[in-house]
Design a binder for this molecule. Sequence first.
Ligand code: FAD
Ligand code: NAD
Length: 455
Amino acid sequence: VIGGIGYTSYVTYTSRHPMEQLPFDPKKRTVVILGTGWGAISFLRKINTDDYNVVAVSPRNYFLFTPLLPSCTVGTIELRSIMEPVRFITRHKSRNVKFYESECTDIDPESKTISITDVSDVKGAVTNTTIPYDYLVVAIGADNQTFGMAGVREFACFLKEIWDAQKIRTRLMDCIESAGFASQTPEEVDRLLHMVVVGGGPTGVEYAAELHDFLKDDLELWYPELADKLKITLVEALPNVLPMFSSQLIQYTERTFKQNKIEVLTKTMVKEVADKEIKVLDADKNIVSIPYGLLVWATGNCPRPLARKMMARLKHTQTSPRGILVDNYMRVAGANDIYAIGDCTFTKYAPTAQVASQQGNYLASVFDNLARIEEGQDKKITPFEYSHQGSLAYIGSDKAIADLPFLNGNVSVGGVATFVFWRSAYISTQFSFRNKFLVMGDWLKSTVFGRDVSR
Ligand code: FAD
Ligand code: NAD
């Protein structure tokens, strides 16, 4: 009986095997999509493979649900619960989607080819090749902004990819264990237990919030002699954190952080990063040293090397250093048959998952309409229109904040009820039932058993 249930659930879950999908059709045009993030996956889910051959290229063979990444740094959620293999996502397609786990290193708009490099640790005989496209969709996201500051890449941890969350979790536990090492000096204990977060945008705020919960719920229990010495500091260059939220929610967040003993240093800009301390220009224009054990760097986005290379090739039309310029139809300015969506572009929209996924859905519908127009149907291609569904952020102690559009205005709410809303919103936006199940299981697990404090 158990075997039968397992078999049934496996069949239901996989629903279509790649062997049952149609092969590539040489008579159809080929769309190549770069990336497996919010923009690319939304596009892949919606593109009609009856009309096109589709090839996906990304160094990551999975989609990552970034909104819950801060929860992975302390083990509230396990890493694999927010990852989804590309091949699971494309299993519903009528035609097989080819996936190459590789990095695109160059785009040649003249020959309509891209160069790709195998990124796996185990390499075959061929590691570099070129592939042709009829249409190219660039959805490569963005890099971490460091402002070229020495030491950031070497000593700080970012929070963008799965391995970043893993690195933060390991380093955090290393700091705590080293602080408990025999005969450690009091100064060194204070340094090791000082967790500094740079950037008061939503990434920095959500990370500080998760770290606070870990301290209160778990570290106080398992490390009673050290927990009261652990200090969290958030450094922000602007006069307040979360500039994209309403002033009411900014004040609510700053009040909550104060109650939770998270020190917020506003009007403070990091100027230098060394292995054990940062130097900041504080609100009184003094240079001050801040020793740290763990440094998390969340100061926003900048274009990836591939985006820069493509922009340099199209330098007469690509005139912004902040990202790829596109028109209202997501067509890359100065190139034929190349589109760009999400964080790699520079538009009037914020670089969010919400924008990237709407652009991915929109572009798939553009391709659908193009195919219908070719068949002789009367279809119109309308420009992309963004529909803002609101902003949400977790701020710790089971409290979240939300700025939600309501009628023609905006509603700002914060607190425990908003936290329940935050959780349900993120569960409902998971792409698969499997991931919904895993995330809910992790929440239950960490509530019942506490978080795992092993390295
Ligand atoms: P990404 O999702 O970053 O995907 C880029 C893809 O391109 C990746 O698969 C990458 O591996 C691939 N790639 C990179 N280089 C290459 C290359 N050379 N060739 C081929 N492929 C390449 N937004 C919200 O709206 N709500 C939230 O709650 C929220 N929370 C967030 C929390 C965190 C911690 C972070 C870091 C971001 C959060 N965001 C949130 C922002 C959101 O994640 C991004 O705006 C979104 O991921 C952008 O989607 P994208 O497809 O443009 O890029
Ligand atoms: P961000 O750009 O939103 O914020 C970065 C912050 O770092 C800014 O406030 C900036 O003033 C500060 N900063 C820059 N240089 C500094 C320095 N040298 N010293 C001190 N502070 C400095 O970046 P983010 O938080 O990584 O977010 C990136 C994007 O992802 C944003 O569009 C954001 O809306 C989105 N995001 C959304 C959510 C959410 O909706 N819950 C969560 C995470 C990220």
